[in-house]
Design a protein around this ligand. Structure first.
Ligand SMILES: CC(C)(COP(=O)(O)OP(=O)(O)OC[C@H]1O[C@@H](n2cnc3c(N)ncnc32)[C@H](O)[C@@H]1OP(=O)(O)O)[C@@H](O)C(=O)NCCC(=O)NCCS
Length: 190
């Protein structure tokens, strides 16, 4: 069953379906080696990857396995990244969360604000029970985002990823419906 992709407004952000016109900004984001330094695959070197990502967003929605949303800053309309819930399993009522923001937008609480809106939508609309996220153990900013959202660190996946020959461990985080605490305040970051 398909899942319609929502548009969600927060105090400072608009989360919306991807358009073909996002390809250039998406490619710039995912070809940035600094932004992707803790990612589970190398930075993109071909623009085609961005087009494929956007096609995959539609396929994910059509298959009903989740949602990936572009994140725009409302004040200037700039595309600053994306966040997602994928691997939606309606039997288990569980999914996996991911996000990636442009480094120029880091440190303002935007990732937390975007993820919180997406989680609230999922808890309300999908009756989600569990959300899982994995992050490189060196990625302190991502771990902090998850902890601010109420995720609990559940374990370590040793030597989980090998990217360009570099082996890294991942932390597994989980958020359970009964532990979810929605917040009405924007996360204004540092
Ligand atoms: C991880 C990421 C999404 C964070 O985005 P952001 O908008 O800066 O996040 P927020 O501002 O909402 O929160 C970041 C928190 O991490 C903290 N932080 C940032 N860098 C840190 C570091 N090196 N060590 C410890 N804490 C750090 C910030 O102080 C903030 O916490 P605070 O509100 O308690 O001060 C962003 O860095 C990113 O997109 N990175 C590249 C992609 C990526 O790694 N995605 C996650 C894959 S699992």
């Amino acid at each position: 069953m398909s899942l319609s992709t929502p548009t969600l407004d927060t105090a400072r952000l608009r989360l919306r379906p991807f358009n073909d016109s996002d390809a250039s900004a998406l490619f710039a984001l995912h070809s940035n080696a600094y932004v992707l330094r803790y990612w589970d695959s190398p930075p993109w070197s071909e623009r085609l990857r961005a087009e494929r990502f956007i096609t995959a967003c539609r396929q994910i929605a059509e298959a009903g396995t989740g949602t990936r949303l572009a994140v725009d800053r409302i004040s200037d309309g700039a595309f600053i990244g994306w966040c997602s819930l994928t691997r939606w399993n309606p039997d288990y009522r569980s999914a996996s969360m991911g996000y990636c923001l442009d480094d120029a937008a880091w440190g303002h609480g935007y990732a937390t604000e975007a993820a919180r809106a997406l989680l609230q939508w999922a808890f309300d609309t999908l009756e989600m029970n569990r959300v899982q996220a994995e992050t490189d153990t060196r990625n302190a900013a991502s771990a902090r985002v998850l902890e601010k959202l109420g995720f609990v660190r559940e374990g370590t996946l040793r030597e989980d990823c090998v990217v360009n020959g570099e082996v890294s461990d991942s932390w597994v985080y989980g958020l359970i419906r009964r532990e979810w605490r929605p917040s009405l305040e924007p996360d204004l970051g540092r």
